[in-house]
Design a protein around this ligand. Structure first.
Ligand code: TMP
Length: 206
């Protein structure tokens, strides 16, 4: 069995840069790792990602959104994550269930418990071993992505939504204290990658 490690954080927390940076360092140092992301990671899930994030889909109902994320997660898990774990690999995954709990469960107001239930159906017992939470407040995160050209449907939400996402994450961190590692994501890109890499190495080397 490999190591299932996820990266979480608000939009603009630098999570994608940190997770790909860690993945590259793992490879450079001879570790057997894969990098993947949600929503997406494989063809069917990338197709679902397009539907969820298309700025045209403003009429999407919050439960539909939660179900689509869970559906995308299911396919990604069975097609990519489980096989890699069974081969003993380190799986670095940019977002997973905690994003649904914070964004759909808390910020969209569906309820963390309700969203957990549909995700439990989708993932069974496959929770991450450890989760690195890139800690940065919503305003700082949004400022960082403010000059992104192609803002997706969720990037376009108001600051109040992103503040709720941040608060939702705090609740999720409280629920899963033992799994969560908090990273100060206000530091430079290089420092953040380095801190995350050190944490991942600790997990892998026990
Ligand atoms: P990304 O910007 O990290 O690629 O993620 C796309 C957006 O999808 C981001 O705004 C967070 C959101 N999201 C959810 O709302 N729920 C989820 O379960 C996941 C995986 C992402």
């Amino acid at each position: 069995m490999g190591f299932f490690i996820t990266f979480e954080g608000p939009d603009g927390s630098g999570k994608s840069t940190a997770s790909t940076g860690v993945y590259e360092k793992l490879l450079e140092n001879g570790y057997d790792a894969i990098y993947t992301r949600e929503p997406g990671g494989i063809d069917i899930s990338e197709q679902i990602r397009k539907v969820i994030l298309d700025p045209k889909n403003i009429s999407m109902d919050a439960k539909t959104e939660a179900l689509l994320y869970a559906a995308s997660r299911r396919q990604h898990l069975v097609e990519k994550i489980i096989p890699a774990l069974n081969e003993g690999k380190i799986v670095i995954c940019d977002r997973f269930i905690d994003s649904s709990l914070a964004y759909q469960g808390y910020a969209r107001g569906l309820g963390i418990e309700e969203v957990y239930k549909i995700n439990k159906f989708a993932i069974g017992d496959y929770l991450p071993m450890k989760t690195l939470f890139l800690n940065v407040d919503a305003k700082t995160g949004l400022d960082r992505i403010s000059n992104r050209k192609n803002k997706d449907r969720l990037d376009q939400e108001e600051l109040s939504f992103h503040n709720d996402v941040f608060d939702g994450y705090q609740k999720v961190i409280e629920m899963y204290k033992d799994r969560m590692i908090i990273i100060d994501a206000t530091k430079s890109e290089e420092e953040v990658i380095d801190m995350c890499y050190q944490e991942v190495i600790k997990i892998v080397n026990g």
